[in-house]
Design a protein around this ligand. Structure first.
Ligand code: NAD
Ligand code: UDP
Length: 341
């Protein structure tokens, strides 16, 4: 298929490009590099042994986006572009609504101009909010507790309304909403990986920078949570598994109409202490850490029910914790300054 990929130079986008190219798809990337390096695309082409088209532009520039889409004539769009730092969203909500919600509207306008009616959207487990039960299934009520989470829920609503209206108008569309849990790890080559700007806000990139010596110690945000070891539990998913879920979703989008929602995780919970131990093993030394107060807005536990993706998409995660931490360490130790090094 011909696939337009917004945000393709980012962490999840770059890994997905490798899988798309390896599966024989034609890709065209849109990215303004607000949070990525063009070097990621050079490395993707090197790993896949194939060229890819790319355009440096902002998804909010509807006219430019429509021109690219009309030229490329995509069969489907994978929409990664967005802002994702939870704390930054609280400080600057307008930027988050503009890019994540406004950018999605702009993209749909450009797709209409190019006659494209299939989209796969990067949503997040954060749309669920406080768990009413665990694991979260796709029917769990949506009550996001952050600006970032609300932008994702609003974008989901827009996509759902758009697909329904197109169906009623006799121009069926497919919107596949993938709710990612906690992506981590890197491509096995160690050539592409997560490259956050500034101080990492998430556990895995922070741990990786402690291991290279760039950060002094991991702060564990609370050891008094109602979990077996008192630290927060998350459902970490290898980024290559996540990338492959997009290839499966693309195949599904070719046949489906309307909106479909899938959790993308492993179903397995890992605590901060378990992750620290696993990453220390991969890095070959005990990593410094200290107990810090709980982080505002944090959840004790998050875990996915993944049966729907297995049944309908035929996708399930293949990699475990060892592959996640070893691949992350391979990337981080070979590229201590990310793409800037
Ligand atoms: P990322 O920041 O590495 O990638 C996003 C890409 O979008 C970057 O290359 C960035 O330059 C680009 N971008 C941002 N604003 C843009 C704009 N206005 N126009 C064009 N390009 C723009 O993030 P990621 O981790 O790869 O996440 C990809 C998507 O998945 C995001 O939508 C994110 O919200 C979602 N998501 C990520 C996680 C996670 O933990 N990484 C979890 C759930 C959902
Ligand atoms: N966490 C931590 N120290 C950090 C970053 C995160 O202890 O420097 C904990 C956090 O409290 C949570 C888990 O690690 O229990 C995962 O946090 P992350 O921000 O990576 O993911 P999210 O909370 O968004 O699912």
């Amino acid at each position: 298929m011909r696939v337009l990929v917004t945000g393709g130079a980012g962490y999840i986008g770059s890994h997905t490009l490798v899988e798309l190219l390896s599966a024989g798809h034609e890709v065209c990337v849109i990215d303004n590099h607000a949070n990525s390096s063009p070097e990621a695309l050079v490395r993707v082409a090197g790993i896949a042994g194939r060229d890819l088209g790319s355009h440096v532009l902002d998804i909010r520039d509807t006219a430019a986006l429509a021109a690219v889409a009309q030229g490329f004539r995509p069969d489907a769009v994978i929409h990664f572009a967005g802002l994702k730092a939870v704390g930054e969203g609280e400080e600057n909500p307008l930027a988050y609504y503009e890019v994540n919600v406004g950018g999605t509207l702009s993209l749909l306008r450009a797709m209409e101009a190019a006659g494209c009616g299939r989209i796969i959207f990067s949503s997040s487990a954060t749309v669920y909010g406080m768990p009413q039960y665990l694991p979260y299934d796709e029917d769990h009520p949506l009550a996001p507790v952050s600006v970032y989470g609300r932008t994702k829920r609003q974008a989901e609503d827009i996509l759902r309304d758009w697909a329904a209206a197109r169906g009623r108008a006799g121009a069926p569309a497919a919107a596949i909403l993938l709710r990612y849990f906690n992506p981590t790890g890197a491509h096995e080559s160690g050539r592409i990986g997560e490259d956050p700007r500034g101080e990492p806000q998430n556990l895995m990139p922070y741990l990786a920078q402690v291991a290279t010596g760039r950060r002094a110690a991991l702060r564990i945000f609370g050891d008094d949570w109602p979990t077996p070891d008192g630290t927060g539990i998350r459902d970490y998913i290898h980024v290559v598994d996540l990338a492959r879920a997009h290839v499966a979703a693309l195949e599904r989008a070719a046949q489906a109409t309307g909106t479909e929602v899938y959790n993308i995780g492993t179903g397995r919970g890992v605590s901060v202490r378990e992750m620290l131990a696993a990453f220390s093993r991969a890095a070959g030394r005990a990593l410094p850490h200290e107990i810090a107060p709980r982080r505002p807005g944090d959840l004790a536990e998050s875990r996915a029910a993944c049966a729907r993706a297995a049944e309908v998409l035929g996708w399930r995660a293949e990699y475990g914790l060892t592959e996640m931490v070893e691949s992350l360490w391979r990337w981080q130790s070979a590229n201590p300054d990310g793409y800037g090094g």
